[in-house]
Design a protein around this ligand. Structure first.
Ligand code: AMP
Length: 195
C-alpha cells in the first residue's frame, strides 16, 4: 500500500525545501516530488509539452488539469518508495475532486494527510522577491506581478480545499513562519507518526 501525503502552501511557504529535506533524511522509506519541479523538468527537456507548460508557468497560471493529473499519477505509480510526499497539489477545487475520484477506485494508494504550510502574505512576498534578487538563474515566475497573480491563484480556492479535507479529517496545518529546522522537525514528526 502506498501512503500519500500532499503538501500545500503559498509560493514562498518553503514547502518544497521542507519536503525535500525530509525525503533526503529518510531516503530508505520516503520519496518526494514537487509539482513545480516536475513541470520545470518537462520544460527543460525541450519537448512540445514542455513548451506548452512554460507558457502557463511564466504567466503564473495553472497548467491544464490533464497535464498535472498525468504528472502526479505517474510519479505516484512509479515511486520507488511506499511513502510519497507531493508538494504543490491540489491547487484548485477541480484538481482536488479529480484526485478524490481517482483515489476512490485505487486500492493501492491511501491519502494519509494534506499538510498545509501556512505563512502570511508578507512573509511569502519577502521570501519570493528575496529569492529572485539572490538567484543566479532567475525563475521565469519570480517577479512581483507574477507573484501577485500566483498568490491569488493559491488563495482563491484555499477555503474550499481546507473545508473538504477538514471534513475528511485529513487536514494538518503547520506554521511555516519559523526556522527551516523547526518546520522540518514538526512536519517530519507528523509524517513519522502516520506511517
Ligand atoms: P511552484 O514551483 O510550486 O511554485 O510552481 C510553479 C508553477 O508550476 C505554478 O505557478 C504553476 O504554473 C505550475 N504548477 C505547479 N503545481 C501545479 C498544479 N498543481 N497545477 C497546475 N499548475 C501547477
Amino acid at each position: 500500500m502506498k501512503k500519500l501525503f500532499l503538501i500545500i502552501g503559498a509560493p514562498g511557504s518553503g514547502k518544497t525545501t521542507d519536503a525535500s529535506i525530509i525525503a533526503k533524511d529518510n531516503s530508505d522509506k520516503i520519496v518526494h516530488y514537487s509539482t513545480g519541479d516536475m513541470l520545470r523538468e518537462e520544460v527543460a527537456s525541450g519537448s512540445e509539452l514542455g513548451a506548452t507548460i512554460e507558457s502557463f508557468i511564466s504567466a503564473g497560471a495553472l497548467v491544464p488539469l490533464n497535464v498535472i493529473m498525468d504528472t502526479i499519477m505517474s510519479a505516484v505509480k512509479n515511486a520507488p518508495r511506499d511513502v510519497i510526499l507531493i508538494d504543490g497539489y491540489p491547487r484548485s477545487v477541480e484538481q482536488m475532486s479529480a484526485l478524490d475520484e481517482v483515489l476512490a477506485s485505487e486500492d493501492e494508494i491511501e491519502l494519509v494527510s494534506v499538510i498545509e504550510v501556512r505563512v502570511s502574505m508578507e512573509v511569502a512576498k519577502e521570501r519570493i522577491l528575496g529569492r529572485a534578487a539572490e538567484a543566479e538563474v532567475v525563475r521565469s515566475d519570480d517577479s512581483i506581478e507574477v507573484f501577485n497573480h500566483r498568490m491569488k491563484v493559491y488563495t482563491d480556492p484555499l477555503e474550499e480545499i481546507q473545508a473538504f479535507y477538514t471534513q475528511k479529517n485529513l487536514l494538518k496545518v503547520i506554521s511555516g513562519e519559523r526556522t527551516l529546522e523547526e518546520v522540518v522537525e514538526d512536519m517530519n514528526g507528523f509524517i513519522q507518526s502516520r506511517i
